[in-house]
Design a protein around this ligand. Structure first.
Ligand SMILES: Cc1cc2nc3c(=O)[nH]c(=O)nc-3n(C[C@H](O)[C@H](O)[C@H](O)COP(=O)(O)OP(=O)(O)OC[C@H]3O[C@@H](n4cnc5c(N)ncnc54)[C@H](O)[C@@H]3O)c2cc1C
Length: 553
């Protein structure tokens, strides 16, 4: 297999030569640098690479060229190589156009000319983009292959685990892919074993649990130390931020998650409002960066591992963990976030994982190419899910009980939805029931105006409504509000149970729960803001508070 390609397109021979020289000087060992003098030439090079089975990692394109403009070339190159990172090269005076192109064509970055010195202004950007590409790219003949039925909840669970754990894999649907039979025969597996996960060395895991997959991939599932300074339960944005700060400030830090890193944010196709990412950032990319950072600084990460309870033993907290030994820690952070409530309409439960999905548009979207899907919910997560699904499905309908999206969704998403021809909003409508033979085929929708239900064809329902905190695993000593969210800080002092549970002479610290030294941050906390940035902020703050607590004990 040849080296992956970095492709540059510019009609100005001097600029083209300069970019080529700089890229070759740094990347030639691992990448081939190719250049094109026009947008058309760049696209025909990309098509040729595709037909030869080669990989394109990055396209850099000047915005102003005769014929096709840079943003058009980049948008079209995505159709040929969806994973390739795309960078627009602009003059300083064109930055406004570049930002517009980022929004409309979803580019990864823009670079303004000149980029000297490249060590400061070019290489860090390209390094970052290539790291992201490497994380998502899987060479054709290598890596993990998952064989299963598209409509099997078990297959969905493994797909979701692999995708959330940032493990690249190739999905092979027995119903569609003719090669699967031969692969299963070679592995000595049969249809009853599905889903089957094939490893590069020929080993096959039959109908595995996520935990077996993690073990087979060599991931440790037990804590390395006897005692930790900070144990963090939940590796969403709040937990990841606490792990970064905890490890960087010298605390022996353990982070664990029942599923995989990233939490709800990890399932987001594009977070547009997180500081520092002008082109938006996918949840998986943000997660990859945060986890790498936390681990580089020394935090230990274990998943899938579920916290199931906590008890207090003097100054220590004993965290019980499903299927593993107890973790002893001096401080603890509850960052277990929230999940979507199940929609109670008839047929929803039977089809969960077989056309009904909760908050996971990214894992399954490509399976719904040219199909009809419904998105239930009017919040930002539903809007992002619909935008992502619209890249594949022929028809996406957003079903909401309200009059529209105005009161519940950010303006930028409403605007994007209005500009996307294959998305329709169905206001004042609810799902009455879901039907199908082994998978979703039809959905009855009821109009809230006349109460009439109509059955329509649909291949999937993605649900993004109604959330509940993940706090059932906590002991009663950790006070919660009526909806189950963990109460922290001064808010505790107005709770009726406060005098009974809080026995310290001091007041609870900000973000401290009713159990001294146990903190809560992010969406699991009563009064949380339900944003990535606020979860990250609270997770970071907890480390400072943990130091304060440790100094008191
Ligand atoms: C699709 C989608 C799109 C979104 N888009 C945006 C956006 O664009 N901008 C924005 O600001 N916000 C967005 N949000 C909201 C944002 O993602 C959340 O506010 C944020 O993720 C909350 O972070 P958290 O760490 O508190 O909890 P979560 O992200 O919910 O993470 C909690 C973690 O805890 C783990 N866990 C739960 N119970 C246990 C247990 N017992 N043991 C071990 N681990 C456990 C879970 O597996 C999970 O990984 C979006 C949410 C969704 C679902």
């Amino acid at each position: 297999m040849n080296k992956p390609v970095l492709l540059i397109a510019d009609d100005d021979p001097q600029v083209l030569a300069a970019v080529r020289r700089d890229l070759r000087s740094r990347y030639r060992e691992h990448y081939t640098v190719l250049s094109a003098a026009s947008g058309d030439e760049a696209l025909s090079t990309a098509r040729e690479l595709k037909s030869r089975g080669e990989a394109l990692a990055l396209v850099i394109c000047d915005q102003r060229m005769p014929g096709l403009q840079g943003n058009e070339v980049l948008a079209r190159s995505r159709e040929i190589f969806p994973l390739a990172r795309r960078v627009l090269l602009t003059a300083y005076s064109d930055i406004e156009a570049a930002v517009k192109a980022i929004n409309e064509a979803h580019l990864d970055h823009y670079l303004s000319k000149p980029w000297d010195p490249p060590e400061e202004r070019l290489f860090p950007v390209i390094d970052d983009l290539l790291d992201a590409w490497q994380a998502a790219y899987l060479p054709e003949a290598r890596g993990l292959r998952l064989i299963g039925h598209q409509w099997s909840p078990r297959s969905h669970a493994i797909k979701d685990f692999l995708a959330s754990s940032l493990i690249p894999y190739r999905w092979l649907d027995v119903g569609r892919d003719p090669d699967t039979r031969a692969l299963l025969d070679a592995a000595g597996a049969s249809a009853e074993d599905l889903p089957v996960l094939l490893f590069e060395d020929g080993f096959a895991l039959r109908n595995p649990e996520p935990r077996q997959v993690a073990e087979r991939l060599g991931r440790s599932l037990s804590a390395a130390f006897d005692v930790y300074d900070l144990a963090i339960v939940g590796a969403g944005p709040a937990g990841l931020a606490a792990a970064v700060y905890g490890a960087s400030e010298g605390l022996r830090t353990l982070l664990l998650d029942r599923h995989a890193p990233g939490g709800q944010a990890g399932s987001s196709s594009r977070i547009e409002n997180y500081l520092g990412f002008p082109a938006g950032v996918s949840g998986s990319e943000l997660t990859r960066r945060a986890l790498t950072q936390a681990q580089r600084l020394g935090a230990e990460f274990l998943a899938p591992l579920e916290g199931t309870g906590v008890s207090i033993d003097g100054g220590y907290k004993r965290l019980t963990v499903a299927g593993s030994r107890e973790v002893v820690t001096r401080t603890m952070l509850v960052a277990t976030g929230m999940i979507y409530r199940e929609l109670p309409a008839p047929g929803m439960a039977e089809h969960t994982g077989a056309g009904v999905y909760y908050g996971v548009a990214t894992t399954e979207a490509s399976a719904f190419s040219d199909r009809r899907v419904l998105v239930v919910g009017g919040g930002n997560s539903a809007g992002q899910g619909a935008m992502h699904l619209a890249r594949y499905a022929k028809d996406v309908q957003i079903v909401v009980r309200r009059d529209g999206l105005r009161d519940t969704m950010s303006h930028y998403l409403i605007h994007q939805i209005e500009q996307t021809p294959n998305i329709r909003v169905r206001p004042r409508t609810e799902i009455a029931c879901v039907e199908g033979d082994g998978h979703v085929e039809r959905v009855a929708l009821t109009s809230l105006d006349d109460g009439v239900s109509r059955v329509e064809e649909a291949d999937a329902v993605f649900v993004f409504i109604g959330t509940r905190p993940r706090t059932d695993w906590l002991p009663p000593a950790v006070l919660r509000d009526a909806k189950g969210f963990v109460v922290t800080g001064r808010e505790l002092m107005v709770a009726a149970a406060y005098p009974r549970v809080w026995k310290e002479k001091r007041e609870p610290l900000l973000l401290e729960t009713s159990v001294p030294g146990v903190f809560a941050a992010g969406d699991v906390r009563a009064g949380a803001m339900n944003r990535v940035a606020s979860a990250v902020g609270e997770g970071s703050m907890v480390v400072r508070l943990a130091h304060e607590y440790l100094a008191l004990t």
